[in-house]
Design a protein around this ligand. Sequence first.
Ligand code: UN1
Length: 522
Amino acid sequence: LSSRASTVLSALDLHSGRELAGVYDGEWSGSGEVLQSVCPTTGEVLARNPDEFVTQATPAELRRALERSREAYNVFRDVPAPKRGEILRQIREALAEKREALGALVSLEMGKIRTEGVGEVQEFIDIADYGVGLSRMMNGRVVASERPGHSILEVPNPLGVVAVLSAFNFPVAVYGWNLALSLAAGNATIWKPAPSTPLCSIAVTKIVSTVLERNGVPGAVAGLVTGGKDVGVTVVDSKLVDMVSFTGSEAVGRQVGQAVQSRFGKVLLELSGNNAAVVMPDADLDMAVPSVFFGAVGTAGQRCTTTRRLYLHSSIVQSFLSRLETLYQSVQPGDPLDPATLLGPLHTRQAMDVYHSAVERLLQSGAEILTGGAAYRDLPKPLDGGNFVMPTIAIPQSVDVTDPIWSTETFAPVLCVGVFDELEQAIEWNNGVPQGLSSSLWTRDIRNVGKWIGPAGSDAGIVNVNVGTSGAEIGAAFGGNKPLALGRESGGDAWKQYVRWSACTLNFSNAAPLAQGVQFSN
Ligand code: UN1
């Protein structure tokens, strides 16, 4: 694995024989503490030489990066939107050139399998395309005025500096969603990635910054500050930052949300998912079983859109579960870079602890563990150093969606199964948890579809039919409903959050009448 790591790092122009700088604000710097990037597959430190590590931002470097973002915004806001789109088009081309290498780096550093690593880069490419189109379509409106000779415009202006705090599980795509919209909108973006995926963020920033510099645009239009909690807190608290877009855990999201709102900044939160798939008796199981398998086991259960709850109609429980169990038992842990591997490792050792406690909690509650429930043992070298756990299917004794078994998100491949007789019951369970990101119904009956997507249906942000909970395309807005989400990213109308709206009443007449017929003279 290490020789392959070395090839991938070289292809991305990382590790040129000196320490990697984890800060970019037009120039590369980073003389703070060392951030180690550990390969979750083997436990090796990802570096070509033992003395090559990422160095994170010092407080002074961080301050400078934030100031430079602000200065970059002051320049970039005046660049016409279609010209910003042209820069985004070049970023898209540069990413496409490095698609395979960057996808492989995602596999090495995050641990997801190669097709998903490359897919994630493709997601960035797709949203960049979307942003190019958007750059000619971020239109405002002309509103009818009640006063003669007056006109009202609603103008989308650039917002300012957008900070993106992204999670380890999508170390490329989620930044991409934000950068594409933010850049098209004329903002400067400053990225604080997860501390455990610094190489992905440096590789992406190298690609993006080369394009910016070639176009004579300040590099701090797409700045980078790697680091841990301290760096994150400084960014979130900074008055130089107009909007914070945070993706990650509920606990950190709560702190971020409160901190930003206490200074009346804008915040966009994508927190937990606890997504259910509901399978009706008339579902096509040839489609539903493999899709639930991908939804629950893909990315080793580490997507916020992962299927964590499976509600089966009583008439198909046995057939569904026996087919699903066969798929679970066929899956073998392996090197994510090997095209035959479907199951990579969990990202960290701590994630294994979370997995073990979830299994323990299930056992204590009397749940049946149909398959899985333990870490893999005695794997061959070098996989024996990795964080591999068995995908698990559990059947709790009953469905009580207020019980932590059902109501907490376990960021690991643990699927809980419940049995229902009426769709209404399944919808109630689907909706009964605090998370509302994604959901999926399997049926061929149009009446079920109507109910599911309507007012009495799923209350999640993503409401699919005969499509799994994970793997959304970029075209629709992405995000959850209910307490554990705020706002939308990616497609749809999400761009409207990345601008500041100006309502402009223009008077072309020779009089200055007041609205609502108010008279202020004798
Ligand atoms: C995430 O898990 O944080 O819908 C994002 C999906 C991907 C994005 C997931 N397009 O599964």
